[in-house]
Design a binder for this molecule. Structure first.
Ligand code: SF4
Length: 254
């Protein structure tokens, strides 16, 4: 199922998508997490998260980690939304990957926020990514998702980050407390090799740019292929003094 959401700036009104089942099952943020370990099957972590947080919600940019997590989540019984923010600067290959995933998992609802965004849509100056990438990410990525989460009110998010993506992610726990809601990271201990092997074994629709060295893929003005020996995320905002968009770190993290 597809649901597209336009921003108020695009004449779309509040960030509400119809039809959607009302969120009648609140999460249980006080349910303490079991002691998961590196050998824990990510599906068991997802099952725990679904039991503890029936309103669990999954944002995704459909990178390798996200595609693997999506498949594991579907296997574990996740039937919620997969929420993608269209900044207007995504590679066509990323949008095509989203569409392929949507066809493959009809049991999930794919929601695109900021649907139809483009560099010249007037939401921000077209070259803001160059002059102030923090402001660009805040306006085009973080704010739309924050507003959507405020409307939907999930008590926990399912996230695909892993420790070996970058040195700045080396301490990611399976379950992150603090902030507005829990973040559950079932792939925290998976390596790139594990992710690639899983994707190949299950014939997952990985973004084709990945095989050209784009190991982490964001917007085209802010992503380059990584060089041998670099972190998977070294190609994000390279030379701009920035390593995260603000969704998962910083004062406005989800
Ligand atoms: Fe803007 Fe770049 Fe952030 Fe995309 S990644 S929202 S283009 S600064």
């Amino acid at each position: 199922m597809t649901a597209e959401v336009r921003t108020p700036e695009q004449g779309g009104g509040p960030l509400t998508t119809e039809p959607r089942a009302p969120r009648s099952a609140p999460g249980h943020a006080d349910a303490s997490a079991p002691a998961f370990g590196p050998e824990t099957d990510p599906r068991d972590i997802i099952r725990w998260a679904l039991a503890a947080h029936p309103d669990l919600l999954m944002p995704s940019a459909f990178n390798l980690n996200g595609v693997v997590l999506l498949d594991l989540a579907a296997q574990a019984g996740y039937r919620g939304e997969v929420v993608f923010v269209d900044t207007g600067y995504h590679f066509p290959e990323t949008l095509a990957t989203r569409d392929r995933l949507e066809s493959r998992y009809p049991e999930l609802t794919f929601v695109t926020l900021n649907a139809g965004a483009s560099p010249d849509d007037g939401q921000t100056p077209p070259d803001l990514y160059a002059s102030d990438p923090d402001a660009c990410c805040a306006a085009r990525k973080v704010d739309p998702l924050q507003r959507y989460l405020k409307e939907q009110g999930p008590s926990a998010l399912l996230n695909a980050r892993s420790r070996d993506q970058a040195s700045t992610r080396a301490d990611i726990p399976f379950v992150e407390e603090g902030g507005a809601r829990r973040r559950v990271n079932p792939l925290a201990h998976w390596t790139r090799e594990q992710l690639e092997a899983y994707a190949a074994e299950h014939d997952l629709p990985v973004n084709p740019l990945y095989f050209d060295g784009f190991l982490s893929i964001g917007c085209w003005p802010c992503t380059r292929a990584v060089k041998p020996g670099e972190d998977a995320r070294a190609g994000r905002w390279a030379g701009k003094g920035k390593t995260e968009c603000g969704l998962w770190q910083g004062e406005n993290k989800l």
